[in-house]
Ligand binder design. Structure first.
Ligand SMILES: [Zn+2]
Length: 429
């Protein structure tokens, strides 16, 4: 299997290189917005046509990145300054735009938006790109020293197919992928997995995560703790005159704090995922959370953003695949908090503010999150058992986990109408 390492290294950049980077990012953004503007008009016109003639589908012929690039090349005669940066800037931007429209047409994301200056300024380069221990060699920009030395390449230089240069606050970074061909780790056969091999992980707000073994991972709450500072700096930005040097300075100060918040968050997520994988469970179970949907609840929104659920899920996905761990995602409707993990009794009265509760059926006192993590563990057992029964690879029924286990009864009730196939829920990478 191919293992991808992604790197993001700060560039030690001089002023002329800085200006060229800013210009490249600017032209990338221009190409994107210029084409998007045309496409939006075309799309809206088609949409009106569809409404006027009551067509079942919008007759869309927006073309693709290649078509758009032909127009972009012609634009270079009109605006020669486009030639001052690498030709990749426009080309790659239009590819991104094509992807954005594809996502929109397949209903995976919203309508493509215009890019704003100062917001994720970046450009992608292809062609002759090399990375060495202490410098990156990029088209047009030439050799640029790296702030972190001897990382990740020890000797010589490595050719890359592409690299992205981006700005965060007032610093510039180069990011790229290095492919490594490794032997795919073996996944444990499902029939050999026992309860102890399964780690349920409840993602939380108070704590970043709690495992079925009761281990808690601290949530640094970077956003919350920097909120006052962010608000103060935001106010400073709004008070300054648009286009002024002071406003620019204030924006830089604000974006530095934003970067710090993001760094703290990412660090916590990586530590959590590494720690879970290091314990070498055969299976890890988490909930399928849709951060976008959940953030709609305003009371919860900033807390949830602070726990970066989506990022945890993505990080676990690749770390598990490298370590040969099955990763199971319990469906969103699986109310893991509401059931007693000892007897399966449903505790309907559970409020979000209840951190602990006592089961009225068996009398066991639960920590809300540990109980939820244990229920996730049972979910994995139930799902694997279901799979084994369906594929009839289990030799005798006495090996079955689910039969007769009261704790799993509620799962059978709750998930019997589940339409998803096992493989869709079960990430075998
Ligand atoms: Zn109970």
């Amino acid at each position: 299997m191919i293992r991808m390492h992604s790197y993001k290294i700060e560039l030690k950049i001089n002023n002329s290189q800085k200006a060229l980077c800013a210009k490249s990012a600017g032209i990338s953004r221009y190409a994107y917005n210029w084409e998007l503007d045309k496409l939006i008009r075309e799309y809206e016109a088609n949409k009106s046509l569809a409404i006027m003639y009551d067509l079942p589908k919008i007759p869309c012929t927006l073309g693709n990145a290649q078509d758009w690039h032909k127009e972009w090349v012609l634009l270079k005669n009109e605006f020669p300054w486009i030639r001052e940066v690498s030709k990749c800037c426009g080309q790659e931007s239009l590819r991104d735009l094509e992807y954005a429209f594809k996502q929109f047409f397949t209903k995976k994301s919203d309508y493509p938006k215009f890019k704003k200056k100062g917001n994720k300024d970046s450009f992608r380069l292809t062609g002759s790109i090399y990375i060495a221990s202490n410098y990156a060699q990029l088209p047009i920009l030439g050799k640029i020293r790296l702030k972190e030395k001897n990382y990740p390449i020890q000797e010589g230089k490595l050719k890359l197919s592409q690299a992205t240069v981006s700005r965060q606050a007032d610093r510039w970074f180069v990011s790229f992928l290095i492919k490594e061909d490794i032997e795919a780790p073996e996944l444990a056969p499902i029939s050999e997995i026992e309860t102890n091999d399964i780690l349920g992980v409840d993602l939380g707000i108070k704590e970043l995560a709690i495992t079925s073994e009761g281990e808690a991972f601290n949530n640094p709450k970077a956003y919350k703790s920097h909120l006052k500072k962010l608000q103060r700096y935001q106010r400073m930005v709004s008070r300054r005159v648009k286009g002024s040097t002071n406003r620019k300075k204030a924006i830089t100060r604000l974006s530095r704090v934003h970067k710090k918040v993001a760094d703290i968050r990412n660090d916590a997520v990586h530590k959590l995922a590494s720690s879970l994988v290091k314990a070498k469970p055969k299976v890890i179970v988490i909930e399928t959370l849709k951060p976008k949907n959940m953030s709609k609840n305003h009371k919860l929104a900033s807390s949830i953003l602070d726990s970066s659920f989506g990022k945890i899920r993505d990080t676990l996905k690749y770390k598990c695949s490298w370590a040969g761990i099955h990763l199971i995602m319990a469906p969103t409707f699986y109310a893991s908090s509401r059931y007693c993990s000892v007897c399966g009794h449903k505790h309907n009265e559970l409020k979000l503010s209840d951190r602990e509760w006592t089961c009225s059926n068996c009398g066991v006192h639960h920590d809300r999150d540990v109980n939820a993590a244990k229920n996730l563990q049972y979910y994995a057992l139930w799902l694997m058992d279901k799979h084994l029964r369906e594929t009839a690879t289990r030799l005798s029924s006495s090996q079955s986990y689910a039969c007769g286990d009261e704790r799993l009864q509620f799962l059978t009730e709750q998930c019997s109408s589940m339409k998803q196939e096992f493989n869709a829920m079960y990430t075998i990478i």
